[in-house]
Design a protein around this ligand. Structure first.
Ligand SMILES: *[C@@H]1O[C@H](CO)[C@@H](O)[C@H](O)[C@H]1NC(C)=O
Ligand SMILES: *[C@@H]1O[C@H](CO)[C@@H](O)[C@H](O)[C@H]1NC(C)=O
Ligand SMILES: *[C@@H]1O[C@H](CO)[C@@H](O)[C@H](O)[C@H]1NC(C)=O
Ligand SMILES: *[C@@H]1O[C@H](CO)[C@@H](O)[C@H](O)[C@H]1NC(C)=O
Length: 453
């Protein structure tokens, strides 16, 4: 009986004490950890610490070690080792280091990784040695093709439009640069007859401006077809480069277009870069851009060019798709991590003054298979934040909105529309029904609030 009671008490005691002891231990541990961390952040000797790299370059250091001020790095604060998480991350890390003025000056770039400039073939040195040792050969064919050729980015023009932006003395307000492919003749024809009108175009309410149109193409076969040459002579709106026009080569098209624009059309104030299966309400877009210019002028005066204007359907926090059958599939061994914020590639508008900056920064970003993500990567490095506008519908309406009779009068751009639909929508755009005449853009009130802040 006594021993039974004893055992019972013991159990209660154990029940109460164990948590107490554990909590005590946790408290001591946290206190110790905090003390250690603080001791590490604020060394107790009262002198200013500065660390120096070779060549007398000064690396970001703190001012004093006062507890009142923020902590500071005691050593150079970038990783010494390379980011080997995935192939693209690795070669981009090398590229980033190469353009890091402090690391560059420290002369610590191995000769194997030195990729300062393009050679006469328009290529960086190939990374063949690196991908041959990876799981390259087990990848889908389009990835393999991309990896083999991704270090090259200069291809000659087979069809050019040198005079496109200089036909009249007036500089174009908007250049429509439409990604197309040789077989998509019907789409091009529909665009020519509708929203891609080249010439002076009135806005819906505003004064509008001069619009020019150009289709961006690559090759489909080795031979250049007679058809496309004829089409170019007839309409003067085809640019064709000597590279294979595949999905993973669209980034190449972007970079080559930026180069072409910087040489041939730099005076255009805005560029719409879009697919050949979108519908654009060009007059409404001209009004929107006119307002943006006015806003910019009010804020900055004439002195500052519109150098960082991008608007579209902005996609944030996206991850690479890992399903091998998907068109956008990117293997983990090729790219790891999130995508930067980027404007959906179906249709995006940016200022002409941004294009030379994009071209310049693209020289330090390795080509990436998905073109709109690549634009995001370039914008991120320029510190340009794209404007999200709900009237850019690169994923079409939801089912409910699509039923509304004036739905199409609330948008600037919508994906995707057939050539027949384009014709119908254009008629409606030019002559809106009485009912739809005063329709405003989707969430325009919200946009204006944001803009007027
Ligand atoms: C240069 O880089 C290597 C490893 O990449 C590193 O071990 C070495 O300490 C670095 N040298 C300097 C001066 O930073
Ligand atoms: C990289 O190569 C270029 C020319 O190919 C050379 O001028 C430069 O000094 C090299 N940089 C380093 C860090 O080796
Ligand atoms: C891109 O074009 C180049 C040049 O024609 C070609 O060699 C390469 O295979 C193409 N890339 C893809 C992913 O199709
Ligand atoms: C549209 O606006 C105009 C003037 O702003 C007005 O006269 C007209 O009645 C409006 N139409 C409709 C259908 O609301």
């Amino acid at each position: 009986m006594a021993s039974c009671l004893w055992r019972y008490r013991c159990r209660i005691l154990l029940c109460i004490c164990t948590p107490c002891i554990l909590l005590g231990c946790l408290f001591i541990y946290i206190t110790l950890a905090l003390c250690l961390a603080m001791a590490h952040t604020y060394p107790s000797d009262g002198q200013i610490i500065s660390s120096k790299l070779p060549n007398g370059l000064f690396v970001a250091t703190g001012t004093t070690n006062s507890i009142m001020l923020a902590s500071y790095p005691i050593q150079p604060f970038w990783r010494q080792g390379l980011n080997k998480a995935a192939f693209w991350n690795l070669i981009q890390h090398v590229m980033d280091r190469q353009h890091n003025p402090i690391l560059q000056a420290s002369g610590n770039i191995s000769r194997k990784h030195n990729i300062t400039s393009l050679n006469q073939n328009g290529c960086f040195p190939s990374y063949e040695g690196m991908w041959r040792t990876s799981d390259y050969f087990t990848q889908p064919l389009q990835i393999q093709k991309f990896i083999i050729s991704m270090h090259c980015r200069v291809y000659p023009l087979l069809i050019d439009q040198p005079g496109l932006c200089a036909k009249t003395e007036e500089a174009p307000m908007l250049l429509l640069a439409i990604k197309s492919q040789v077989p998509n003749f019907r789409n091009r024809q529909a665009i020519r007859m509708t929203w891609g009108y080249s010439g002076l175009l009135k806005g819906q309410v505003g004064k509008g401006g001069l619009v020019r149109r150009v289709f961006l193409l690559g090759k489909i076969d080795e031979e250049l077809s007679e058809g496309i040459k004829k089409e170019s002579e007839m309409y003067d709106d085809i640019i064709l480069w000597d590279f294979m026009d595949t999905f993973f080569n669209l980034t190449l098209k972007d970079v080559l277009f930026w180069d072409w624009f910087s040489k041939r059309c730099q005076n255009a104030r805005f560029v719409l870069k879009g697919d050949d299966d979108v519908f654009v309400r060009t007059p409404a877009l001209l009004d929107y851009l006119e307002n943006q210019e006015k806003l910019h002028l009010k804020r900055h005066g004439h002195a500052k060019k519109m150098e960082d204007f991008v608007v579209g359907d902005i996609i944030t926090s996206a991850f690479p798709l890992r399903l091998e059958t998907n068109k956008y599939y990117i293997p983990e061994s090729f790219y790891k991590g999130m995508y930067p914020t980027y404007p959906g590639g179906g249709g995006v508008v940016y200022s002409g003054a941004l294009v030379p900056r994009l071209l310049q920064v693209s020289r330090r970003v390795h080509l990436f298979p998905i073109d709109d993500v690549y634009v995001g990567m370039c914008l991120q490095r320029l510190g340009v934040i794209p404007i999200d506008h709900p009237a850019f519908l690169t994923f079409d309406f939801n089912a409910e909105e699509a039923k509304e009779p004036c739905a199409h009068h609330t948008i600037l751009l919508v994906h995707k529309r057939s050539p027949e639909e384009m014709l119908k929508l254009w008629t409606e755009t030019l002559r809106p029904s009485e009912e739809c005449r005063n329709t405003t853009l989707r969430n325009e009130e919200k946009q204006e609030e944001i803009l007027s802040e």
